[in-house]
Write a protein of this length. Structure first.
Length: 665
């Protein structure tokens, strides 16, 4: 019996070493070892010196072994034993065994003590197996529970044998009870060892199935693209659902084929780079590459891959995250930032930004206009660059504060102003102030356009008119002649006024006139409770026309676009060129649907009328965004911001379209 249990200890200990993550196996091993040692002590029961100790040790080790097995069952199922009760139970059993061995040598009492204790512990083990079993190990748990219940039944009968089977002999007495006891011990110990091994393996199989199911669930539900390829020949052996949804390739399209056969990589150099990294490091992370869908369209992704072994052969598992939208947004942002940097830096008008009452940025035209450099402008308040009084007699500081307040209230303000250069000379400018937010903080974007020449011409015309009027009044003979340099002067004045309000290239209104028109229409809208629409229009990839065909071709495209627009808008609408390939459109008394129809009409007409550049047909594409103001219920600046947001959303969605209306918050 001792040797048999030692072999069973080895089997359970092997399971324990292989499956340390599962609690309880060590307790089973310890319990079986106690039973094995207990049977070893049985051989010393007749020893003249150690006999009594061997009897007590046999009893205590036997019951302790069952107790440890009970603890192991509870731990295996994630339960905690009632340690204090078990200690008390074993202590009482041990004291009884010692008493009826050393103080009152009574074999019948010892048999009754050990049989009752073994029956109770066996019942506890059986009850724990029945109560705490899980679905994955039900069969093996029921098998063990029945075995321990049978053991409890046997020891219950054994406890009763002294009362109806006659005198109790020692363990070496050849009786049916003793033979049955050893047979029970042999059979039960083999059954529990067999059952515990099956119990562990059933749980391992269940956990493996659960892990495999979870892995398949993760594999198929992740939004990223996941695929597995054979490292030797590069053939696909598996793809997830996300791969099929995004690329259009089905498993039937790919399994058994290589990425080269299905034309999955846009640039084979990217594939070669990944393979080289994997060969050196066995894994790679965050490699950007371009892939092709089944329909040939591109996907920009960031790829991570690792070499793994499947069925003894090396394979590559690859995970790719789609960053197409992010890249497009980054590209649009870069283009927008680059365009605005160019417009800000190279504009012939002076651009300055006021924050917290001082200039924080300016362009090159500002330096040239003031005849100073950037370091002399940044950090200074606006009043430094104005004379004490304006031509109307108003104090420059007080008058400027009024203009700024108007801009903050309405969002934008345009007016004439006299500034002073660093050399002390004064000059006239058209000033536009727009209130906006930069990096989350309020700023004023200021535009200066030098109109000194125009003002001098106006003053000269005025003085000339006064002089000629005086001469005409004093000499009626030359009235007719005077009425003729006056007509000429009026013509010149008209030309000057037109130059001040129109774009030189396209003949459209310029930014200054558009802002003035918007302000006037906004006031009319507020008064009569109408609606108006403001649209912002950009030509898509206009830089490519300049790069491929020259700036003259680019000018031709801008002129053609302007003419097409004018043919498709109403007389009351105001179309202006803001600069470069940026245009703005004011649509009075227009609701959202009417605005979209007008823009779609322009969009369709532009697409249907390609240009002929260097003998090639070149189509113009545009992206537009718009915003609606109802009854003048919000600040003008907010309308322009919403129109710009609508334009940006349209660019994000892929350009060559009309953006959705961004409603007021």
């Amino acid at each position: 019996m001792s040797i048999t249990n030692i072999l069973q200890v080895i089997a359970l200990f092997t399971q324990y070493r292989l499956n340390k993550i599962h609690r309880g196996l060590g307790w089973w091993t310890l319990g079986t070892a106690c039973v094995a040692v207990g049977f070893g002590f049985s051989s010393l029961r007749d020893h003249p010196v150690f006999g009594l100790f061997a009897i007590v040790a046999n009893n205590v080790l036997f019951i302790s072994g069952f107790t440890f097995i009970h603890v192991g069952v509870l731990r295996f199922f994630g339960q905690r034993e009632k340690r204090s009760l078990l200690i008390i139970f074993n202590a009482i059993f041990t004291l009884i065994a010692i008493y009826f061995t050393y103080l009152n040598d009574d074999l019948t009492a010892r048999r009754l003590n050990v049989s009752i204790a073994a029956a109770i512990i066996s019942l506890l083990i059986a009850w724990s197996l029945f109560t705490y079993k899980s679905g994955a190990v039900t069969a093996s748990a029921d098998f063990l529970a029945i075995a321990f219940f049978a053991n409890a039944f046997f020891f219950t009968i054994r406890a009763l044998t002294p009362f109806f089977a006659g005198p109790v002999g020692d363990i070496f007495t050849a009786s049916l009870t003793q033979v049955a006891t050893y047979l029970d011990a042999l059979i039960i110990s083999m059954l529990w060892t067999f059952g515990f091994v099956i119990l562990v393996n059933q749980r391992l199989n269940a956990e493996n199935r659960e892990t495999r199911n979870n892995q398949e669930l993760i594999f198929n539900t992740t939004p990223d693209l996941v695929w597995v390829t054979n490292m030797v020949d590069g053939s696909f052996i598996g793809i997830n659902d996300g791969f099929s949804e995004l690329t259009g390739f089905t498993r039937a399209d790919l399994i058994g084929k290589t990425s080269l056969e299905v034309n999955f990589w846009h640039d084979l150099a990217d594939l070669e780079k990944v393979i080289a990294i994997l060969s050196e490091k066995r894994s790679c992370k965050n490699q950007e590459a371009v892939f092709l869908r089944k329909d040939g369209t591109q996907i920009m992704g960031v790829l991570s891959a690792k070499i793994m072994t499947l069925q003894g052969a090396p394979h590559i598992i690859s995970v790719m995250r789609d960053i197409t939208e992010r890249k497009q947004a980054e590209q649009a942002l870069m283009e927008s930032e680059a365009k605005h940097r160019i417009l800000f830096r190279d504009s012939p008008d002076a651009y300055l930004i006021i924050k917290d009452g001082i200039f924080v940025d300016c362009n090159r035209a500002s330096e040239l206009m003031l005849r100073g450099d950037r370091s002399q402008i940044i950090g200074k308040p606006p009043e430094v660059f104005s004379p004490e009084f304006q031509p109307n007699g108003r104090n420059s500081v007080e008058f400027a504060q009024e203009k700024i307040k108007d801009a903050l209230r309405t969002g934008i303000n345009a007016f004439e102003w006299v500034h002073r250069k660093f050399d002390g000379t004064n000059f006239f400018v058209d000033v536009t102030i727009a209130a906006m937010r930069l990096e989350g903080k309020p700023v004023l974007f200021t535009t200066w356009r030098d109109i000194t020449v125009r003002k001098r011409a106006e003053n000269a015309l005025y003085e000339s008119e006064q002089r000629y009027r005086l001469l005409a009044e004093s000499n009626t003979e030359i009235v007719w002649q005077l009425s003729q340099e006056i007509s000429e002067r009026k013509r010149l004045e008209t030309i000057l006024q037109k130059q001040a309000s129109t774009d030189e290239l396209t003949g459209l209104f310029n930014r200054r006139h558009f802002i003035t028109a918007v302000q006037l229409e906004y006031k009319r809208t507020s008064r009569f409770k109408h609606s108006l629409a403001i649209a912002l229009i950009d030509l898509d990839h206009f830089k490519q026309i300049n790069d491929n065909y020259g700036h003259a071709a680019g000018d031709q495209a801008l002129i053609a676009f302007s003419k097409i627009c004018q043919k498709n808008i109403r007389e009351i609408d105001v179309l202006a060129r803001f600069g470069g390939d940026e245009f703005a459109l004011l649509l009075p008394e227009t609701d959202s649907e009417q605005a979209r129809q007008a823009l779609e009409r322009v969009h369709s007409s532009v697409m249907l009328q390609p240009l002929i550049l260097d003998g090639k047909s070149v189509s113009i594409r545009l992206t537009a965004g718009f915003a609606i103001s109802l009854c003048g219920s919000e600040a003008l600046d907010d309308i322009l911001i919403r129109a710009d947001q609508s334009l940006y959303k349209a660019k994000e969605a892929g350009r060559n379209r009309i953006g959705v209306e961004i409603t007021a918050s």
